[in-house]
Design a protein around this ligand. Structure first.
Ligand code: G6P
Length: 608
């Protein structure tokens, strides 16, 4: 995700800010920028690409100002470009702002601001905030920022400076992290401790709705109503490397823990509860063709392919649209019968997977409506598809995909809802679907809270050489994904199977040395899963079951039992996969494997 850094003190700000931006590089970004206050002016420089590009643009610059703001941007609204990079500014070039998050009502605010005569030069939601602050500015920056934030819906971590206030930076947070760093006659604000930990270990974690006014000599924190707020100062114990992982030993574990947020970010601004529908802005341009599609083909690879397999089950359950799913690499070998009314959806975290890109091009040649679901804004697949939906999951660094998968599933539910409401799903069914979906992030948090139990299971099982993963219906793709996670990072042989297929081969392998991970929540496939578990047990196989909270019947027949909270059957995969990720992670850790960069694997496979 984007990175924020602000500095105010006695030293020249520019080198401190550039060094801090480099510390934020690991988060992924596509452009960067900096603004420095000096001699009653603000100097701003931005660049697309790496921090070196920004440094090259700054070559020969001698700004000595000791206050400024800096940003690395991971595009959400508007492609990566100099205009869209932050800082963004107002019409008079007095107010400069850096922002993480999404202003959900930016379109309506922009309309009002345009009618008041404001001129925009970027496609960003952030620029709307700059003009909104300008609109309310009457000499008091804090007041103008607060007045603007009162009108804003969405998430933000911001840093704002103004030419008229060279001794002041206003920062605020709601739903996007922001941390103050307190030094000797200097103060920092950053979205991530890693950017400031080399300067000070004394930090304050701002909370939602906090607004802090920074001066070199200190800071004041208050809320939007000017109630002053006291926040505890804490000492950071981490070194710089640990700070990038925010205290987690591996990016993969950090990303597993970011999943409640990834699901929230995928839904943010895309659900209209009253109407029981989802609204995917990226598909607006193809609205009629999308809702009117007669057939859908989904293409993808790896974990994204398993997301697609679930997509087939849920779209076919809720609509009359037949769905085909292909490994993108096999798509070209089929004699494709793409008629009018056929839509092709490419799912890819990176947006750069060569096979998926080739499938997109093939589908386009055949005249299909080609849609994309990608996480990396501006990536090849994002550019080459006719329309699409971004995941907004933030950069995923661990090679084994986790939070991007949850995000992909979430968006597939939103696509399903949009299509289903256009067809046979009623208003009340749509509303109930949304209500249940919104409970998912907290239910994932509950599963994460029980990680130590899964860690203990991993300690008992890490020595086995092979595992079988079994699931049915909605949880069949999850069994495949669970097995993939284990083999990717622990190098243990694992096979995912549809439980019904077990008797047609894999059962021959089962003995006391071949444990099975069985997905048996209380859903419509429960009884059949229980039969499969008994078949495994009858052959001395050990069973690790993932089931519904409180299912003591299941617990009794299994060797290990991992609980997930209950939810609608169709949404269960969002919960069921989380214990499987943790199990793979802890087994790999027990075995001393290189978790974030497993051997032979790449984050994006850019050759066919
Ligand atoms: C590689 C990665 C996987 C990923 C797959 C598809 O194999 O290691 O984690 O699922 O590519 O990548 P994509 O970026 O297209 O989703």
């Amino acid at each position: 995700m984007c990175g924020i850094l602000c500095y105010l003190g006695k030293r020249p700000a520019l080198p401190i800010l550039l060094e801090g931006l480099r510390k934020l590089e690991y988060r992924g970004y596509d452009s960067s920028g900096v603004a420095i206050m000096e001699g009653g002016e603000v100097f701003c420089q931005k660049a697309v690409g790496k921090i070196q590009a920004l440094e090259a643009n700054l070559a020969g610059v001698t700004w000595q100002g000791s206050g400024g703001i800096a940003h690395t941007r991971w595009a959400t609204h508007g492609r990566p470009s100099v205009e869209n990079a932050h800082p963004q500014k107002d019409c008079r070039e007095k107010i400069f702002i850096i922002h993480n998050g999404i202003i959900e009502n930016h379109q309506s605010l922009k309309k009002q601001l345009l009618s008041l005569g404001h001129r925009f030069c970027s496609d960003t939601d952030t620029e709307v905030l700059a003009h909104l602050i300008e609109e309310h500015y009457q000499g008091d920056l804090e007041e103008a920022v607060k007045a603007a934030l009162r009108l804003v819906e969405g998430a933000y971590g911001i840093g704002v400076i103004c030419v008229d206030h060279p001794e002041e930076i206003v920062v605020a947070r709601k739903g996007s992290p922001l941390i103050l760093g307190i030094g000797e006659e200097e103060v920092f604000a950053a979205s991530d401790v890693s950017a400031l930990v080399s300067h000070t270990k004394e930090v304050i974690y701002l909370q939602d709705n906090d607004v802090a006014v920074l001066h070199a000599s200190g800071y004041n924190i208050s809320n939007l109503n000017y109630d002053s707020i006291l926040r505890r100062t804490q000492q950071v114990e981490w070194d710089v490397e640990a700070a990038e992982k925010q205290g987690f030993p591996h990016f993969m574990l950090k990303e597993i823990y970011e999943q409640p947020e990834a699901v929230e970010n995928a839904m943010r601004g895309r659900l209209i509860e009253q109407e029981g529908i989802s609204k995917l802005g990226g598909l607006d341009g193809v609205h009629d063709e999308f809702l009117g599609m007669e057939r859908l083909m989904i293409v993808s690879m790896g974990t994204s392919y398993y997301a697609a397999l679930l997509g087939r089950y849920i779209i076919e359950t809720c609509t009359d649209i037949p769905v085909e799913v292909d490994l993108a690499s096999e798509f070209r070998y089929r004699k494709l019968n793409i008629r009018e009314g056929t839509a092709v959806l490419a799912i890819s975290q990176s947006g750069e997977t060569a096979d998926t890109l080739a499938a997109v091009q093939e589908a386009q040649r055949k005249g299909a409506l080609v849609l994309g679901m990608v996480n990396v804004v501006g990536s090849s697949i994002a550019r080459e598809t006719d329309a699409g939906v971004y995941n907004h999951a933030g950069p995923e660094i661990g090679v084994a995909s986790t939070k991007a998968f949850l995000s992909q599933l979430t968006i597939l539910y939103l696509i399903t809802l949009a299509l289903a409401r256009h067809q046979r799903m009623s208003l009340s069914e749509g509303q109930a679907f949304i209500a249940e979906l919104k409970l998912i992030p907290d239910k994932i948090r509950r599963i994460l809270d029980s990680a130590s139990q899964i860690e203990a299971i991993a300690r008992r099982y890490h020595g086995y050489k092979s595992f079988l993963y079994l699931g049915r219906k909605f949880n069949y793709p999850i069994a495949l994904e669970g097995a993939l996670k284990l083999k990717e990072i622990s190098y243990i042989h694992a096979e995912g199977y549809a439980a019904g297929e077990m008797k047609h081969g894999p059962i021959a392998l089962i003995d006391e040395n071949f444990p099975s991970v069985c997905l048996a929540p209380r859903d419509s496939a429960y009884e059949k899963m229980v039969s499969n578990i008994q078949e495994v047990k009858a052959r001395n196989g050990r069973v690790i079951a993932v089931g519904t909270e409180g299912d003591t019947d299941l617990q009794e027949i299994c060797d290990e039992f991992i609980e997930v909270p209950a939810t609608d059957e169709i949404l269960l995969p969002l919960l069921m996969v989380v214990p499987l990720q943790l199990l793979a992670y802890y087994i790999a850790r027990e075995n001393g494997c290189e978790i974030d960069q497993p051997r032979n694997l790449a984050k994006a496979v850019t050759v066919e």
